[in-house]
Design a protein around this ligand. Structure first.
Ligand SMILES: Cc1cc2nc3c(=O)[nH]c(=O)nc-3n(C[C@H](O)[C@H](O)[C@H](O)COP(=O)(O)OP(=O)(O)OC[C@H]3O[C@@H](n4cnc5c(N)ncnc54)[C@H](O)[C@@H]3O)c2cc1C
Length: 260
């Protein structure tokens, strides 16, 4: 059994858009996207639940800048067995379509039984990539998953919806996007973090995947960001700076409007 987990290295501070390139500024420090911790945890728990866990492999896969290896080492420290990072300057500027193309080629090569994703990222926040990858791989996809059991070569999944929970049975291989309600991610132990340094982390360029520069980056993308702007400010909002009198100022604000 092989479980692949797609993870993203995201900026660890408030997302800043570069006004010239209109792209997210990824030059600062980053971290493993939060929802992806839940996906890794579910992969590890699934492996632990299987009778012969030594026959099961958890592989984490990412496309990102070279410093995304930090997030992959975090995943290896938590217990993943192996990591693959596609890091290549020609891939900079890849939109959803180009990102899905690259990840799909890696996943085709790996041929996992289950591909896990987090529900969404804290930077792009599209909550969409898993659908695009599943479409390219022609695999079934279930999103918003809050429970996952693997039995008799099938997945049994609970899927959260506005009107209740769907229970879905799904054949393998399949793509699954999990929410943060599915589990409580573990912390890496010191032993795990030390061991992570010795686990395999393969760094690939786009040409290693038999893709061309035209398949990725700006050239391989179908969307162009034309402009960016702040959300409109709310006309009735007041900003109160705290100079040791914030509580009084808030009270005055509420009393003036007959709200208390
Ligand atoms: C014109 C344009 C240019 C862009 N240029 C860049 C760029 O230069 N660099 C860049 O990083 N992004 C770039 N992006 C954003 C990039 O396309 C998205 O980050 C990517 O498609 C994933 O979308 P998302 O962040 O909304 O992920 P979601 O759909 O919200 O993510 C769902 C899940 O997919 C997985 N996932 C997401 N991203 C990755 C990844 N890269 N590798 C592995 N798993 C992943 C995670 O499990 C995540 O929880 C660009 C977007 C546009 C529109």
């Amino acid at each position: 059994m092989k479980i692949a987990v797609c993870v993203k290295h995201v900026p660890d501070r408030r997302t800043r858009i570069d006004p010239v390139s209109k792209r997210i500024d990824r030059t600062g420090s980053g971290e493993l996207n939060n929802f992806d911790l839940n996906a890794i945890e579910e992969a590890l728990r699934t492996k632990e639940r299987i009778d012969e866990p030594q026959g099961t492999e958890v592989v984490v896969v990412s496309m990102g800048p070279s410093q995304a290896d930090e997030s992959l080492r975090t995943a290896l420290g938590l217990g993943a067995d192996r990591a693959i990072l596609v890091a290549d300057d020609v891939a900079v500027g890849s939109d959803l379509i180009a990102t899905a193309k690259v990840l799909s080629v890696v996943l085709e090569r790996e041929a996992p039984d289950v591909v896990l994703f987090g529900q969404q990222t804290s930077d792009g926040g599209g909550a969409l990539l898993w659908a695009a990858v599943a479409e390219r791989l022609r695999l079934p996809v279930v999103s918003q998953v809050t429970e996952l059991t693997l039995a008799d070569g099938k997945l049994r999944l609970s899927r959260q919806t506005e009107s209740g929970d769907d229970v879905i049975e799904c054949r393998l291989p399949a793509v699954v996007a999990v929410t943060d309600a599915i589990n409580e991610p573990r912390y890496a132990s010191l032993k795990g973090m030390m061991g992570a340094k010795r686990k395999p982390l393969e760094v690939l360029a786009v040409e290693d995947l038999r893709l061309e520069a035209a398949d990725v980056g700006d050239a391989g993308s179908k969307t162009t960001v034309l402009g960016i702007k702040d959300p409109p400010s709310r006309a009735d909002a007041a900003r109160i700076e705290d100079e040791d009198d914030a509580a009084e100022a808030i009270l005055r604000f509420l009393v003036d409007r007959d709200l208390v």
